[in-house]
Write a protein that binds this ligand. Structure first.
Ligand SMILES: [Zn+2]
Length: 395
C-alpha cells in the first residue's frame, strides 16, 4: 500500500480563531483552501504546505457571512452586490424583493450574473418590484400565480416572496404573497407596519412556520410592550416557527427594542443589513457593524456568528453554504474584534442615537470561492520591498 504525499494548498489562513458552529469549532485553527474548496481545518498546518500564507492571528475566521436582507435592485437606492458585500465579509446575499415577476430577468442579467457575490432573490409580490411607493400599493399588480410561476422557473436563484411597505387597509399583499409561497413551495418575508384594520398580532398569526418577519427590532414594529416585555404574540409566533430577522437598515434597528428583547432571551433568528445607500450612510448597516451592535446589547459571539452564517443558509435552503466543512465552497470571513472607544448608531422614532461601545468588528479579509476578494491589511500579499525593479528600457 502506498500513501500519496499531502497536497500543497493554494491559500492558508494561519493563526486565527475559527468559529464554525456547524462543526462545533470555537478554537484556534488554521484553514487551508485548495482551488475553490476548503481543504483542511486543523490546529497546525505548516506554512510550507501552501502557495500563499495569510497571517490572520488576532482575528476570528468564520464561514462567509450570509446577509439575508439586502437590496441590489429596485428604487430604494439599491447597490451593486460586490461593493456592498465583499468588503464586509459577506459572500452570499439575498435581495429582498427588489424585483417582481415582470423584471426579475433584467435584475438577473444586470446584477446577479456579473456579481462575484453569490446572490439569491425574493420576488416582490408586486410584479414591478420595488418600483416606488405608488407601485408598492398597487393591488392589481399583485399576482400570486404569475409570481409562483416565475419562482418555479428560476428556483436556483429565487427562494421566496417579499411583501413590503403596503399601507392599504386590507390583507391583499400578505394573502397573495402566502398564496404564491404555497404554490411554489417557498417562504414569505414580510415588512409591514400595523394599521387600525390589520394589526401586528394578526399578521404574525397569518405567517406560517418558516415565514419571516423582518425588521424585528424596528421602533415602528414594536416588539416590546409598555410593560417593558416582549409581546406575547411575538413569543407565540416564534413557538410556531415564524422566523425573526433583523433587517437593520436606515431606521429599522432600535437599541431600545433590541436590548430588552435580548436580555429577555428573545434573540433574532437571522442577522441582516437591509443594506442600500441610505442605510450605509446613516447607521452604517453592514454585517460586521450590526453584529457589533448585537454583541453590545448582550448576544454572545457564537450566537452572532451562527445567526449570520448557518441559520440564514438553512433559511435559503442551502445548508452547505454556512460552514467551513472540508469540501465546502471556500467562502470565508476574517473578522477582527478591535478594542477602543466607539459609538454605534441606531435609528428610531426621534431620529438617530448613539450607544458607546468598547469594541467593533472590523472585516479584515473575505475569501469567495477560494479567491481573496478583500484584504484590508494586505495579509495575503508580499511586502512592497520585494517589488522587482522598474522596467526602464524606455526613456
Ligand atoms: Zn429592505
Amino acid at each position: 500500500m502506498t500513501t500519496s504525499p499531502p497536497m500543497k494548498s493554494d491559500l492558508l489562513l494561519k493563526g486565527g480563531h475559527v468559529i464554525d458552529p456547524v462543526n462545533g469549532i470555537d478554537e484556534p485553527m488554521d484553514v487551508a483552501v485548495s482551488g475553490i474548496k476548503i481543504a483542511a481545518v486543523a490546529p497546525e498546518i505548516p506554512a510550507s504546505m501552501a502557495a500563499c500564507v495569510a497571517d490572520v492571528s488576532g482575528c476570528y475566521v468564520t464561514p462567509g457571512l450570509i446577509d439575508l436582507h439586502a437590496h441590489a435592485w429596485g428604487s430604494v437606492a439599491a447597490m451593486f452586490p460586490d461593493e456592498m458585500c465583499l468588503p464586509y465579509g459577506v459572500t452570499t446575499m439575498l435581495d429582498a424583493g427588489g424585483s417582481g415577476w415582470r423584471n426579475f430577468a433584467e435584475f438577473r442579467q444586470n446584477r446577479i450574473v456579473p456579481a462575484v457575490t453569490r446572490v439569491f432573490a425574493l420576488l416582490n409580490i408586486v410584479g414591478a418590484g420595488m418600483a416606488g411607493d405608488d407601485a408598492e400599493q398597487d393591488v392589481s399588480d399583485m399576482d400570486a400565480g404569475a409570481t409562483a410561476e416565475a419562482i418555479l422557473a428560476r428556483r436556483d436563484i429565487v427562494v421566496g416572496i417579499k411583501t413590503a411597505h403596503f399601507r392599504g387597509p386590507g390583507w391583499e399583499n400578505v394573502d397573495r404573497a402566502i398564496e404564491a409561497a404555497e404554490r411554489s413551495g417557498t417562504f414569505v418575508m414580510v415588512d409591514q407596519n400595523a394599521v387600525e384594520s390589520r394589526t401586528t398580532d394578526q399578521l404574525l398569526e397569518k405567517l406560517r412556520p418558516g415565514d419571516i418577519a423582518t425588521h424585528c427590532f424596528a421602533w415602528n414594529k414594536p416588539i416590546i410592550g409598555n410593560d417593558g416585555l416582549v409581546k406575547p404574540h411575538f413569543q407565540s409566533a416564534r413557538e410556531r416557527g415564524v422566523q425573526f430577522d433583523v433587517g437593520s437598515g436606515n431606521n429599522s434597528f432600535s437599541f431600545s427594542m433590541a436590548k430588552p428583547s435580548i436580555e429577555q432571551g428573545f434573540l433574532p433568528d437571522t442577522i441582516s443589513t437591509d443594506t442600500r445607500r441610505k442605510s450605509l450612510l446613516s447607521t452604517f448597516a453592514t454585517m460586521p457593524e450590526i453584529m457589533t451592535k448585537l454583541l453590545a446589547v448582550g448576544m454572545s459571539l457564537n450566537d452572532v456568528v451562527e445567526r449570520s452564517t448557518i441559520t440564514p443558509a438553512l433559511q435559503l435552503g442551502h445548508p452547505e453554504l454556512g460552514s467551513l466543512s472540508v469540501g465546502a465552497d471556500a467562502d470565508i470571513a476574517v473578522l477582527e474584534l478591535a478594542t477602543g472607544d466607539y459609538g454605534l448608531t441606531d435609528g428610531g422614532r426621534t431620529g438617530f442615537r448613539v450607544m458607546q461601545a468598547d469594541m467593533r468588528m472590523v472585516p479584515q479579509m473575505t475569501v469567495r470561492n477560494g479567491a481573496v476578494v478583500w484584504d484590508l491589511n494586505g495579509r495575503s500579499l508580499e511586502g512592497w520591498e520585494n517589488t522587482p525593479p522598474p522596467d526602464n528600457r524606455l526613456p
